[in-house]
Design a protein around this ligand. Structure first.
Ligand SMILES: [Zn+2]
Ligand SMILES: [Zn+2]
Length: 300
């Protein structure tokens, strides 16, 4: 499969000096923003190092709680716990350690209202679509867990005024399509974007791409995307923000003019490069309005 939109290593947002001093796969992209690669997915830390005012965004694949706790302790201090956990969306590779961390830290978990049914035990995602092709990750996707997780004691809806609890200066932006309640996080003062899987910077469908993280501007992971039309509109909205830095759920964080140009190209050519030629959700999106977005758990 051809590259979607080329991106060079020169556009990486990581600070090599910071990376060199560490060995826990944590990369800093601003003094108060870092992300950590946990096998095939990223989590992000927002807050001034050493402070108690910080937020964890997403929680990795199952089994990664101890890596997240170790990185958080290194960055914010031993015994430090976040003010909140914010979930971009509830796919298994973004909520893997959520139940463990919510319980141990006893902190609120924020998500979009349309994502709550996947996080409080009510519903599972519709099945992934291996027919989109692109590699082994797509082929294996029917084996991935699709929920639900249940963190209802800690679960809260993101505030309707767009603010993000524990993250002053940030706004959440609804970016549905990959999932119905997917959100991205945006800080206008330095044009910092945390995009979840609204778009990503590596070819997640292929195990090789997901592992090596060869950079490329890429639409949302194909096998897990429920509504391609909404997904295109979300990418258009994010491209219009003209971010300086983008931290994505998969792949390296990217920055600068090359990032903006590649994102603009992805938005413009989305139907041609990001949308799979075949796929059940291309023909028939799974949407909240048509009651196809949520699979009742009692039927599984
Ligand atoms: Zn996802
Ligand atoms: Zn993902």
């Amino acid at each position: 499969m051809a590259e979607q939109v080329p991106l060079s290593k020169a556009a990486r947002a990581d600070d090599p000096a910071y990376d060199k001093a560490r060995n826990d796969e944590t990369h800093e992209v601003a003094p108060d923003v870092a992300y950590q690669r946990l096998a095939l997915v990223n989590v992000a830390y927002v807050g001034v190092p050493g402070s108690n005012e910080w937020v964890l965004i997403d929680t990795g694949v199952p089994g990664t709680a101890r890596f997240i706790k170790a990185a958080a302790a290194a960055r914010f201090g031993k015994e430090s716990r976040p003010a909140a956990i914010v979930i971009t969306h509830g796919h298994f590779d973004h909520v893997g350690a959520l139940e463990t961390l919510a319980r141990e830290w006893d902190v609120p978990v924020y998500a979009h209202i349309h994502e709550l049914p996947y996080l409080d035990g009510r519903a599972a995602y519709p099945p992934p679509d291996p027919s989109v092709g692109g590699g082994i990750m797509s082929t294996l996707s029917p084996l991935f867990p699709r929920g639900p997780v249940d963190v209802s004691p800690w679960l809260r809806e993101l505030p309707l005024d767009g603010t993000v609890p524990g993250m002053p200066g940030w706004k959440w932006v609804a970016t549905p399509g990959h999932t119905p309640g997917h959100v991205s996080l945006w800080r206008a003062s330095d044009r910092m974007l945390i995009a979840g899987d609204a778009f990503i910077t590596t070819r997640q469908e292929s195990a090789y791409g997901a592992w090596t993280q060869a950079p490329e501007m890429h639409g949302p992971p194909m096998y897990f995307t429920q509504d391609w039309e909404a997904s295109r509109r979300s990418v258009e909205a994010l491209a219009a923000l003209e971010p300086e830095v983008a931290v994505t759920g998969h792949g390296r964080a990217m920055r600068g003019e090359e990032l903006r140009a590649a994102l603009a190209t992805l938005a413009r050519d989305f139907d041609r490069v990001a949308v799979p030629e075949h796929g059940r959700y291309v023909a028939e999106p799974a949407r909240v309005e048509t009651r196809t977005a949520y699979e009742p758990t009692r039927n599984r």
